[in-house]
Every structure is written in structure tokens, then in C-alpha cells.
Design a protein around this ligand. Structure first.
Ligand code: MN
Length: 289
């Protein structure tokens, strides 16, 4: 298999606040014009200390249509509620894979007990696009707890790869997806090696959550940077310079037009107008603030 070269190692863009609870670096589509289709957006909340507060910080009720939000927690805890009646808490290591599809309302807050104590907070939210045929499917929700996540132990005590979606070394991930997508958390020990291979057509990159890694024996990617790969070659070799955590993303692009307006991600402008009209008419359901 041919080696897949890094196109660029990108530093975190300047952060902004989402509500008062999420300080995020938008790597794409705003921060960098890279093609990570079918991943439409990546907001990275790099590690930050929140002070203790009785009323949890967060973001209030808002809609989504046409895609999935995937929230991955590393520090702190996120509580959420949606208009389909789902609620829960995303603790460190957990993943919430929410299919907004035809439309939901939800709210995302710091979990009450975490908020009362304060402390480190670190998370990622991805927006995963849906193909046209699935954009108006029924909303659903997958709560994936870290202890239940399939994993692959690496050779020579190198660490482990948690398979969130897709398949790694014959181990299938927890999440069901609409299109071919690979999402893994690799938790590497210092000196640990991991290799990955994705088809050339898959857009591929990884975010360094913690530590520092060497890619293909040459380039270094440090904490809070995103290694973005060329669509040439397949195999990627990673060596951890210290104990490291990386979030690996790879997926087959969805070859369809995209129209985005705020929290709606559709194929045409007419569908955006329809989403706004449906939202204004209360068709996304109801959720208390
Ligand atoms: Mn949201």
C-alpha cells in the first residue's frame, strides 16, 4: 500500500464562544478551506478551565436539519435534551451521535454537577452531512458510553484505538452511519505505534487532542493541531512522542450540492427556505428552555 502524505498540519484558528459554554476553534468550514466532506464542520473546544457556577453555561434551544451532530467529550461533561424526547450526559470518553435529519430542537449545557465544581473542559463537535435521500429521515440518537466502545489494543503496549464508527483491524465501531465514515479515538502510550489505511477517495485528517505524534516517520503534529492528508496513497503510520490522544476522521465524500444556512444543511436553497418555514411553524417540535 502506498503511503498517504500529509497535505498540511494546521494550527487551531482563533476561538469563539458558542453560547456561554463552548469556546471552540472552528477548523472547518470557516477556519480553513479544506475538503473534509462528508464532515461539514469541526468545532474543537480545546482544554479550558471553567470556574464553578450554579447555573450551567451552555447554548439554549436551537434547531438542526439535514445532518448529524457528533459530540465527543474529553474533559468535563455535557448535558443535552432534544425535542424527540432524548436526553443524557456525555462524560469524558463518551460520544453522542445525534441524527437531526428531518429536524429536531435541542439544547446543550454543562452538566449540573460539573458546573457546580468547575474544572477542565475539552470536547469536539462534528457535523456529519447526510445524503439527500436521508436528509428528511426520522431523527434518532445514539448514546455511546466509553466502556461499551469496541477497541483494538496496539502491539507492544502501544495503547488502544477506540472505534467510534467504521471498522479498524476487523473491529466494527459502535455508531451506525448513513455513508462510509471512520471515526476513532487513538489513545497512544509514549513510543506507541499505530497504522491506519483509508481508500484514496476518503477525505482524511486527525486532530491531536493531547500530546504529540510523528506522522510517517517525518512530520510532527502537536496538541491542538489538525493533520490534513492528501487524497493520494492510503497508509498512515503514527508514533507517539509522548502519551497522546488523537481523533481520526476519514470518510467517503457525498457528491451532492450543499446549501447551508445557520443550523440547516440541505442540497438546495428551496430546501433551506422550507426548513426555515417549517421551523417557524413549529414543525421541529417543542423543547422547554
Ligand atoms: Mn446544536
Amino acid at each position: 500500500m502506498e503511503k498517504r502524505e500529509v497535505a498540511e498540519v494546521l494550527n487551531a484558528p482563533a476561538p469563539h464562544m458558542v453560547g456561554d459554554g463552548f469556546r471552540v476553534h472552528n477548523f472547518f468550514p470557516s477556519g480553513y478551506k479544506i475538503d473534509m466532506n462528508p464532515f461539514f464542520l469541526m468545532d474543537y473546544g480545546s482544554k479550558i478551565e471553567f470556574s464553578a457556577r450554579k447555573n450551567p453555561r451552555g447554548v439554549g434551544v436551537h434547531p438542526h436539519r439535514g445532518f448529524e451532530t457528533v459530540t465527543i467529550a474529553y474533559h468535563g461533561a455535557v448535558a443535552h435534551h432534544d425535542s424527540a424526547g432524548h436526553s443524557g450526559v456525555i462524560y469524558p470518553g463518551d460520544v453522542q451521535w445525534m441524527t437531526a435529519a428531518s429536524g429536531i430542537l435541542h439544547k446543550e449545557y454543562h452538566e449540573a454537577e460539573y458546573s457546580m465544581k468547575g474544572g477542565p473542559f475539552q470536547m469536539v463537535q462534528l457535523w456529519v452531512n447526510l445524503p439527500a435521500k436521508d436528509k428528511m429521515s426520522t431523527p434518532k440518537y445514539q448514546a455511546i458510553k466509553q466502556p461499551d466502545m469496541p477497541l483494538v489494543n496496539l502491539a507492544n503496549d502501544g495503547g488502544k484505538v477506540e472505534v467510534i464508527a467504521g471498522e479498524y483491524k476487523g473491529v466494527k465501531g459502535s455508531a451506525s452511519t448513513f455513508t462510509p465514515i471512520e471515526v476513532y479515538n487513538a489513545r497512544l502510550n509514549k513510543g506507541g505505534n499505530a497504522d491506519f489505511a483509508f481508500p484514496k477517495a476518503y477525505n482524511t485528517g486527525f486532530l491531536v487532542i493531547e500530546g504529540s505524534v510523528t506522522i510517517n516517520g517525518s512530520q510532527i503534529a502537536n496538541a491542538n493541531s489538525f493533520a490534513y492528508f492528501k487524497n493520494e496513497g492510503e497508509s498512515i503510520a503514527i508514533t507517539a512522542q509522548e502519551n497522546s490522544v488523537i481523533l481520526i476522521l476519514s470518510g467517503l465524500p457525498i457528491d451532492e450540492p450543499i446549501h447551508q444556512y445557520g443550523p440547516f444543511l440541505m442540497n438546495t436553497e428551496a430546501e433551506i427556505h422550507q426548513a426555515i418555514a417549517d421551523y417557524n411553524q413549529g414543525k421541529f417540535g417543542y423543547l422547554e428552555e
